[in-house]
Design a binder for this molecule. Structure first.
Ligand code: MRU
Length: 345
């Protein structure tokens, strides 16, 4: 995707360094962050400098490749690094899928680990491009689309999942309009999705997280498309906290609810949503917000009652029965166990 007329991927590797767009500074500052070794890459995943299912998968792949470079043939070192990478964030399937693939390649040589990581980044971008082409078929002219969190190019190495069909529809002048859930507490919608859509000149507006039912009741939403972090074999899908609420609203008002995700997000070894580990993050993400002060400086302020605690589950699981279908790089298919198995294997 382009920023100020220059094409960027969200994350890439240069020699033994991993370079990524610092998502914690967006939309206020566009800066690149450099992770010099595998531990710095893990830290970037944990602190969400890089975030989004696909992008953390690619970050994990590069971290594993860095570990093999640092290991200099010491397989125990690489094994320990693998465990550390896998412990960085628990929910997104891509992180585990990518780490495993690069680990197997790295057992042959560090060079092979790097090229496998590169391959994963390229596949991630290609899947996003195809998701855009397939998903575009679902978007009618003049559609009003609701999306949650950020499942755009920042959440992958390029193109994105849920936003990719929207970009494609916009490129075809379908006159689409996007309602962007703000997505508290990290505000991935208000900060990142809105920033991406603004850059691409896609008409949109940010809505409070609790406005979707009102808009749906007034007939203002034609279709909802979100991403996913892990999809179980039975079609239950984990995504950013608040997604399940949107799916309930969609079902109540007869609005199609689609999940866009590459096949690398499907986990056929995970029987149902009950088996998906839901990450719980620091209460500080709920209690504090970061933004620009009147001097244009990034500032963190308390936005809740002093002394109260907060609970911060980062994801929820939408049961398969609420999902109209999955948009993948191999096409669109319903949330049914037998079909998922055929598509993924
Ligand atoms: O910002 P994160 O990494 O906590 O959130 C993950 C996501 O990006 C979303 O859940 C997204 O909708 C999934 S698709 C990239």
């Amino acid at each position: 995707m382009n920023v100020n007329g220059k094409h960027y991927r969200t994350i890439w590797m240069e020699n033994d360094k991993v370079i990524m767009i610092n998502q914690n500074l967006l939309p206020f500052q566009f800066e690149l962050h450099e992770a010099k070794n595998y531990q710095a890459s893990i830290e970037a995943i944990k602190t969400m400098i890089v975030r989004g299912a696909g992008a953390i998968g690619v970050a994990a792949a590069y971290a594993m490749a860095q570990a093999f470079i640092e290991a200099k043939g010491d397989i125990k070192f690489a094994e320990n690094a693998k465990k550390e990478i896998e412990a960085s964030r628990p929910t997104a399937r891509n992180l585990f899928y990518a780490t495993e693939r690069v680990f197997l390649a790295g057992c042959k040589s560090a060079v092979k680990a790097v090229s496998e990581a590169q391959q994963i980044a390229d596949e991630d971008a290609e899947a996003g491009k195809l998701i855009g082409i397939h998903g575009n078929a679902l978007i009618k002219r003049n559609s009003k689309i609701l999306t949650h969190c950020n499942a755009g190019w920042l959440a992958f190495s390029d193109y994105g999942s849920a936003l990719s069909p929207i970009y494609q529809a916009h490129r075809e002048s379908k006159n689409v309009f996007v309602y962007v859930d703000e997505t508290r507490p990290r505000s991935q919608g208000a900060r990142l999705t809105a920033w991406e859509l603004h850059n691409e000149n896609v008409p949109h507006t940010i809505i409070p997280d609790n406005a979707a039912a009102y808009l749906a009741s007034k007939g203002k939403i034609d279709i909802m498309i979100t991403g996913a972090d892990r999809i179980a074999a039975n079609g239950d899908a984990a995504n950013k906290i608040g997604t399940f609420e949107k799916a309930i609203i969609a079902k109540t008002f007869g609005i199609p609810f689609y999940i866009a995700a590459p096949l690398s997000t499907f986990d056929i070894h995970c029987k149902s949503g009950d088996d998906i580990i839901i990450e719980e993050r620091s209460e500080d993400e709920v209690l504090y917000q970061t933004g620009l002060n009147e001097n244009n400086e990034l500032t963190r302020i308390l936005v809740c009652s002093p002394g109260s605690s907060a609970y911060n589950p980062a994801f929820d699981v939408t049961p398969a029965s609420y999902i109209t279908g999955f948009i993948t790089e191999r096409g669109i298919f319903p949330a049914e166990k037998s079909i998922i198995k055929n598509m993924v294997l």
